[in-house]
Design a protein around this ligand. Structure first.
Ligand code: SAM
Length: 261
């Protein structure tokens, strides 16, 4: 059964066998692993993952692809008890409930049009996730890994990802590894949620608020960008120059600022 790739679901399917093997090696699936895959598509990663003997849950939005997987019997071939199809929007789904109890690995060649909100969504289950391996647009991986010396690349995604996870960019993947070929380069990243967070934050909601507000007006000084939530005296008391801009602040600086609220 042929499937016509749907642009609106970000369907660029992996076709390069060497790249597929390299990604699966990075995931390192084990027999006693529980793995959740977002967007299995036509099963390029799904099949080799199943071959490892792991418990695998896949979350796919496209009903036709779910039907195709059923028809092609991926399900039956791999022992119905180990393979679980979930037709759902990964942005809405409770990933912890999908995986069941215990730790799980979260992986996926993610649809690029929703990758940033999806990354933020995954942080809700960080306590249950042992590691995440994702394919993303190269620039998104660069943003996740950026620090305050990286200028415009550094932003809310960098700070929040590095607060929750160790970030390891692994390797690049060129457009010709996919069908249809995307217009952008891709990269694989490993995110390992911290058991002990790297900085102490009193209130994570406020922390996110400060980071969002600071980068929301990144060309303004912190004094102006944060005017509605924190006054200049408190910025100074946190040890930060109120004339600085968001992209000059480290993760520790943002934590210090948020802890003044
Ligand atoms: N894993 C396959 C591969 O590597 O060839 C497909 C990857 S393709 C880039 C992204 C997949 O995510 C597609 O199968 C698409 O239908 C699915 N998808 C798109 N939006 C989704 C969403 N909101 N929730 C779950 N799956 C989604």
């Amino acid at each position: 059964m042929r499937h016509t790739p749907r642009k609106r679901f970000g369907q660029n399917f992996l076709v390069d066998q060497q790249v597929i093997e390299k990604i699966v090696a990075s995931i390192d699936p084990r027999k006693d692993d529980t793995i959740v895959e977002i967007g299995p598509g036509q099963g390029a990663l799904t099949r080799p993952l199943l071959a490892s003997g792991c418990q695998l849950h896949v979350v796919e939005i496209d009903r036709d692809l779910i039907a195709k997987m059923r028809l092609e019997n991926i399900h039956e071939q791999h022992h119905e008890k180990r393979f679980h199809l979930h037709q759902a929007d990964a942005l809405q789904v409770d990933l912890g409930a999908v995986a069941g109890t215990g730790e799980f690995k979260l992986i996926g060649n993610l649809p690029y049009n929703i990758s940033t909100p999806l990354i933020f969504h995954t942080f809700n289950w960080r306590a249950q996730i042992s590691e995440m391996v994702f394919m993303l647009q190269k620039e998104v991986v660069a943003r996740m890994a950026a620090t305050s010396s990286d200028g415009k690349t550094y932003g809310r995604l960098s700070v929040m990802t590095q607060y929750y996870c160790k970030v390891e960019p692994l390797f690049m993947v060129p457009p010709d590894a996919f069908f249809p070929a995307p217009k952008v380069d891709s990269a694989i990243v490993r995110l390992t949620p911290y058991k002990d967070l790297p900085v102490a934050v009193d209130n994570e909601v406020r922390f996110d608020e400060v980071v969002k507000a600071a980068f929301g007006m990144r060309r303004k000084t912190l004094r102006n960008a944060l005017k509605a939530i924190i006054n200049t005296e408190k910025i100074i008391a946190a040890g930060i120059d109120p004339a600085a801009r968001a992209e000059q602040l480290s993760l520790e600086d943002f934590a210090a600022l948020a802890n003044m609220l």
